[in-house]
Design a protein around this ligand. Structure first.
Ligand code: ZN
Ligand code: ZN
Length: 204
């Protein structure tokens, strides 16, 4: 594969923070970055200090890390909900103004960056299974850069949706599992036939 001259990647500072957290630059991270930035504009959000923003991701890919960094949504706070559907779809809600948007990746992605011939070759090599690790990295770089240059509406469709507000992360007391003795959130316990409360691993 022919080497082409390196492209200067001008990365925004907030994207650099996402890369630092995620570990690498990749198209998946860019998807999350694009969605988070657009959602912040549409929902008039700042980074979530508590739980006013909720992100529902319909995949568990690289994109989720950008949502965590930019929106402040996290599993620990209960305002990041993962639905493992393998879909490039994200719903972002603002509890304060009760607005929600659903972002879904459009069907056809066509590379519009340069050098186009190199991208096409790399794409073909990846499809045919002959791409080297270096080819794959280069492909990711080119695609990431292309995505960053594109208008959001080229890549995602946006739809305002009725916000079904998920409940706040539940606070529940813990009790000891009757079988293993480990402290377990009471709302997550299973009741046995003789009325004992046991944890899910002990119940299964
Ligand atoms: Zn990644
Ligand atoms: Zn147990």
């Amino acid at each position: 594969m022919k080497e082409s001259k390196n492209i200067e990647f001008q990365l925004p500072e907030d994207l650099k923070k996402c890369i630092e957290f995620h570990g690498h630059l990749c198209p998946g991270l860019i998807y999350g970055y694009m969605v988070a930035k657009t959602a912040m504009d549409l929902l008039k959000l700042n980074r979530s200090r508590d739980e006013e923003v909720v992100a529902i991701s319909e995949n568990d890919s690289c994109a989720v890390d950008a949502l965590q960094i930019l929106l402040g949504t996290s599993i620990g706070k209960g305002n990041l909900i993962l639905k493992d559907y393998g879909k490039n779809v994200y719903t972002i809600l603002n509890r304060q103004n009760k607005k929600a948007y659903r972002f879904s990746r459009k069907k056809h992605y066509q590379y519009q960056g340069k050098p186009k011939d190199e991208f096409v070759q790399l794409d073909a090599a990846i499809s045919s299974g002959t791409a080297t690790e270096k080819d794959k990295r280069r492909h990711k770089m080119l695609k990431s850069n292309d995505l960053l240059q594109r208008p959001f509406d080229d890549i995602f469709s946006t739809e305002e949706v009725d916000s079904v507000m998920p409940p706040y992360a539940p606070l529940a007391r813990s009790e000891a599992c009757a079988t293993c003795g480990e402290m377990t959130m009471s709302t997550k316990m299973v009741e046995t036939e003789n009325g004992e409360h046991i944890c899910i691993p002990c119940a299964t």
